[in-house]
Design a protein around this ligand. Structure first.
Ligand code: AMP
Ligand code: ZN
Length: 665
């Protein structure tokens, strides 16, 4: 046998053993033998580097370090799921989709909703290429090095399947593995991790993949995304995926109708506590892929799927203290500090109380026994007080009158849900919070600078606002605690690089109240420069589509503040992008101004996403469902028949990809 053949045989064997052990949970070889084979392969690969393969089993032990995770745009957006909480919600959903599809013949799949961190695995020619976190759904972080250490994820397909595809799934930490990790941490004198989900998601962002390899992470798969039309149903594609080595939980079923779905939900509401991992609901999907395609998506989630959430668990505990947190906008959030208690697999110590009204409504007091509930959100909620257990002589809670950080008197304007600390430019958490927001990923995305460092820089008097970042010099940073020359340089480089960040993100980064990501995009598109925006008056602002009173007021207030005007002038002088780039301007036309498009089917000259982008760049709007407002349907191959009928019924013009290209060129 040649060396090449020996290497291939070993890889093949080790792959099989990994699969048997980690996917089928059925070891077919002793650990010792496995290690011997792995060592042999490692040695052969080392001696014969010409046979290197990034997907070899030797590449799974970890050791690769990722300093900064690269941001990658998803080829296909990763949507959220619509939630439902009752039988009625599910029946309503059924009605809605029956109406769109024009039939009652709909089959469903029921899967558990695995509670972890979503991941998108890309395979080309049957080989693993990369793994990217969900991020904001449009783009996420490339965590391939870490993901490869999870042995239940196959790197090479074994058997008949599509060749180019994305596999979507959830990275989870099984409960027993989580408990073991915590036992060890406690033994080493460290704080236990709070819950499996956050620990799983935190693991993906560890810099040292050898650390990740030590954690008992697993990956449960729930969707195959591919242009190859090999399978006609969701269940069939997942079963095929299971056959080539993916861990697709066997709990999935196909339901013939909604009654069978409801039976599944009821069954698992009970049985879920016996599962080796956490689940917070059931995901119901339309099984037929053609029907899925016809149903399409809303702006946030697929119409063809819905998540049924199990009722949150509750537990009683004592309220020890109420403290107050100051956010970056000065908003005050009261926090209940609780006697630690076990809830849904995690230890709860704190719960959000939202605002003063909430405290008053619940009439919650120190030393009260309270009921805590945990839904999908990370911070649990207090839902009620057990008045029968209230201690004698207890006093109603007096809400804070002064900022806990800077002692300024708090204000609450009519109509505002929260109290605010008005000391915007002098209150530490506000200063830090604004800068932290400025550098965050969706804003200026500054590498090499983290939230804690911002706080440190502020404490050291090096920065008071985000403009100060651009005056920082390496020599000033090196003397700081825990700062090496290399990291100081990285930070300065990261700050320098942020000068290229496009205007819409800079606008979001400024942290103007009520100007979130989407609003910033709208404003950038409309006003094209910070000068145009800051000189716009209230009337001009509210005339813009989707800009309301609150946003307009906040922008006017921001623009009239002398301090802000000076900050912006400084940002300009450093060379930040405070207007839309020439390139963007050149690519934008208003050829399709005011026209509403629906895109359906498969295209040849551009991808669906490119097509949508082209519509928007030329001033058109993309909508996901056909209505009277639709002007054109751009139809590719395999456009859904119900869409076609609907377009024809409403008299909407159907055009081809070529027609569309003609419209914009
Ligand atoms: P949400 O984040 O609440 O909008 O729920 C959507 C997320 O549920 C997806 O991003 C997935 O990561 C996750 N999920 C867990 N199990 C499933 C499943 N069986 N099918 C689809 N999504 C799932
Ligand atoms: Zn304050």
């Amino acid at each position: 046998m040649s060396i090449k053949e020996r290497i291939e045989t070993l890889r093949e064997e080790l792959r099989k053993h990994n699969y048997n052990y980690y996917v089928l949970d059925n070891a077919t070889i002793s650990d010792f033998e496995f290690d011997m084979k792995l060592k042999e392969l490692e040695k052969l690969e080392e001696e014969n580097p010409q046979f290197f393969d990034a997907n070899s089993p030797t590449q799974r032990v970890g050791g690769g370090i990722t300093k900064n995770f690269e941001t990658v745009t998803h080829k296909n957006r990763m949507y959220s799921l619509d939630n439902s909480y009752s039988k009625e919600d599910l029946l309503d959903w059924e009605k809605r989709i029956q109406k769109i599809l024009g039939t009652t013949e709909i089959e469903y799949t029921c899967e558990l909703k695995y509670d972890g961190a979503s991941i998108n695995l890309t395979y080309e020619n049957g080989q693993f290429v990369k793994a990217v976190t969900r991020g904001d759904g449009f783009q996420g972080d490339d965590v391939s090095t870490n993901i490869k250490t999870i042995k239940s994820i196959p790197l090479v397909m074994d058997g008949d399947f599509v060749s180019n595809f994305e596999m979507r799934g959830e990275i989870i930490l099984p409960l027993d593995g989580f408990e073991k990790m915590n036992e060890q941490r406690v033994a080493e004198g460290e704080e236990p991790y709070r819950n499996p989900r956050n620990t799983a998601s935190g693991s993906l962002k560890l810099q040292d993949s050898a650390e990740v390899a030590k954690r008992p992470l697993d990956c449960l798969l729930y969707q195959v995304v591919t242009d190859e039309r090999k399978y006609s149903s969701h269940a069939a594609s997942l079963e095929a995926a299971r056959n080539v080595g993916f861990k697709v939980p066997k709990t999935m079923i196909v339901a013939k109708n909604i009654e069978e779905v409801l039976a599944f939900v009821n069954e698992w509401d009970e049985k879920r506590h016996d599962l080796p991992y956490e689940t917070d609901g059931v995901v119901v999907k339309v099984n037929n892929l053609q029907q899925q395609e016809e149903l399409g998506y809303t702006s946030k989630s697929p119409r063809w799927a819905v998540a049924y959430k199990f009722k949150a668990e509750q537990v009683a505990t004592i309220l020890n203290e109420i403290t107050y947190q100051v956010g970056r906008t000065g908003a005050i959030t009261p926090v209940a500090n609780l006697e630690p208690v076990q809830l849904a697999g995690t230890i709860v110590k704190r719960a959000s109380l939202h605002n003063a009204d909430q405290i008053e409504k619940l009439d919650i007091r120190i030393n009260d026994t309270v009921y805590v509930e945990k839904g999908g959100e990370i911070i649990p909620k207090i839902i009620a007080v057990d008045f029968s257990k209230r201690p004698q002589g207890s006093q109603p809670t007096q809400y804070a009158t002064h900022c806990p950080e800077c002692q300024t008197e708090l204000i609450r304007t009519e109509g505002d849900a929260k109290h605010y600390c008005p000391n915007t430019y002098g209150c530490a958490p506000q200063i830090t919070g604004r800068i932290q927001h400025f550098i965050s990923r969706k804003a200026m995305d500054i590498d090499g600078l983290g939230g804690e460092t911002v706080d440190l820089l502020r404490k050291e008097g090096l920065i008071q606002n985000y403009a100060d970042l651009y005056d920082l010099r390496v020599e000033q940073i090196i003397p700081l605690e825990r700062m090496a020359e290399k990291s100081a340089q990285n930070m300065i480089d990261g700050i320098e690089k942020s000068k290229q960040i496009p205007f819409e993100k800079v606008l979001f980064a400024l942290g103007i109240r009520f100007v979130g990501e989407t609003v910033a995009k709208k404003l950038a598109k409309h006003f094209k420069s910070i000068d145009n925006l800051m000189t716009a008056d209230f009337e001009t602002l509210i005339a813009v589509d989707e800009i309301g009173d609150k946003i307009a007021e906040s922008i006017v207030e921001f623009s009239n503040d002398l301090g802000n005007i000076q900050l912006i002038d400084r940002l300009k002088s450093y060379g930040l992008q405070l207007q839309v780039s020439e390139e963007d301007l050149a690519n934008q036309t208003d050829k399709l101004q005011g026209k509403v498009f629906v895109v359906s089917g498969v295209f040849h000259q551009m991808s669906r996403n490119e097509l949508k982008k082209a519509i928007e760049n030329n001033g058109g709007k993309v909508s996901s469902s056909i209505s009277k407002k639709t002007d054109y349907v751009v139809a590719g191959d395999n456009m859904g028949p119900s869409k076609k009928t609907k377009a024809e019924d409403l008299g909407v013009v159907i055009i081809s990809e070529e027609d569309f290209i003609g419209m914009i060129s």
